[in-house]
Design a binder for this molecule. Structure first.
Ligand code: OSB
Ligand code: MG
Length: 366
């Protein structure tokens, strides 16, 4: 695969309703849509999932744009790659910048799968043709969260995640559990607690949560291990695990019992598959995390979640969860709590180019 051209488009769209967590209230989403054309004229699409500001990780839309244009695409142009698995290795000399790397790496996977005339999920060893749908609720208002959960349960979602933070945890969870006694429910703290809060987190044990996601610092694995020893509820890591080495070290320490895998956070689809394989070999269940993303990134999440170790429903929701209209055709829909994997080549979705032009704020071909 030799790269002929890469078109970067910054797109921007308001969310249907604000998505709030311990760190940020997201009301509008900016992202970079990336189209790669190879020297046979085959194209692939990727999406950079960094936000406008660096609240979730250090990357932003602008840092991704710079890295892609000035560093990563030039590295790929030095010589062709035979397989998309090689792309993340080609970026070895570049530290971090995982979302920028993932944007181009995934585009090459899409392109490669199209060349092979195969659905991406089949190419990577997907084990199921449907994935269970799960959803994250981004409201700290109890009445509003209950209303949203009821609607999502009605739509068939099989797992619901809510956001907690100090002062907004036990009473909130108690009310949700009271209203939905059998719901597969979990809580994500986005690193809002410290180890001193362990007694307070311990009180959540009685609500039968599937897990508590990233309770402590975003770069911690040591204190999470200490916390896990005190909790019955499994600890799931998100922010803390960005490399394979992070996961190995955290497994050694016992810092988590479940892993959230996000393609953007870990630097690409191949690094995500390797994390899946590592966890599978240790009997650790994984699920696919979401980034309030557009359909291109969502489509890669679907393919990833078809792997056998993804045994817990992830943040894998319909296009309509966040958007009035998504950028892909057809849109992703949930039926009976599941999303069907496409049988077309690549990720299996087309881009609505006219619509992308409408919501585009900047574009450049390199
Ligand atoms: O912490 O998992 C997170 C959204 C943006 C950034 C980080 C996170 C989230 C979510 C929702 O929790 C994911 C989604 O449904 O897209
Ligand atoms: Mg999270």
């Amino acid at each position: 695969i030799g790269i002929e051209k890469v078109t970067l488009s910054v797109i921007k769209m308001p969310l249907k309703s604000p998505f709030e967590n311990a760190l940020e209230k997201v009301t509008e989403r900016e992202a970079i849509l990336l189209e790669v054309t190879d020297n046979d004229g085959v194209t692939g699409f990727g999406e950079a999932v960094a936000f406008s500001t660096p609240w979730y990780t250090e990357e932003t839309v602008q840092t991704c744009f710079h890295m892609l244009k000035d560093v990563l695409v030039p590295l790929l142009r030095e010589k062709p790659v035979a397989h998309p698995k090689e792309v993340s290795g080609r970026f070895q000399s570049v530290r971090r910048n995982h979302m920028a790397k993932a944007a181009i790496e995934t585009a090459i996977w899409d392109l490669y799968a199209k060349k092979k005339q195969k659905p991406l999920w089949q190419l990577i060893g997907g084990a199921r043709d449907h994935v269970d749908a799960g959803v994250a609720v981004g409201s700290h208002d109890t009445a509003e969260a209950l209303r949203q959960i009821a609607a999502f349960v009605d739509e068939g979602y099989k797992r619901v995640k809510v956001k907690i933070k100090p002062g907004h945890d036990e009473a909130f969870i108690r009310e949700i559990r009271h209203a939905f006694p059998d719901l597969a429910l979990m809580a994500d703290a986005n690193s809002a607690y410290t180890l001193a809060d362990a007694p307070r987190l311990k009180r959540l044990d009685r609500y039968g949560l599937l897990m508590i996601e990233q309770p402590l610092a975003a770069d911690d694995i040591v204190e999470h291990a200490a916390l896990q020893k005190q909790l019955e509820t499994p600890v799931c890591l998100d922010e803390s695990i960005v490399t394979y080495h992070d996961a190995e070290s955290a497994l050694r320490l016992g810092s988590f019992r479940v892993l959230n895998i996000k393609i953007g956070r870990v630097g690409g689809l191949y690094p995500a598959i390797r994390l899946h394989d590592l966890c599978a070999s240790r009997g650790i269940p994984v699920w696919c995390g979401g980034m309030i993303e557009f359909g291109v990134s969502r489509a890669f999440n679907l393919a990833l979640a078809s792997l056998p170790g993804f045994t817990i429903p992830g943040d894998i929701s319909s296009s309509s969860r966040f958007w009035e209209k998504d950028i892909i055709e057809p849109e992703i829909t949930v039926e009976n709590g599941q999303i069907r994997l496409p049988d077309r080549p690549g990720t299996g979705f087309e881009i609505d180019r006219a619509y992308v032009e409408k919501i585009r704020t900047y574009t450049e071909t390199i």
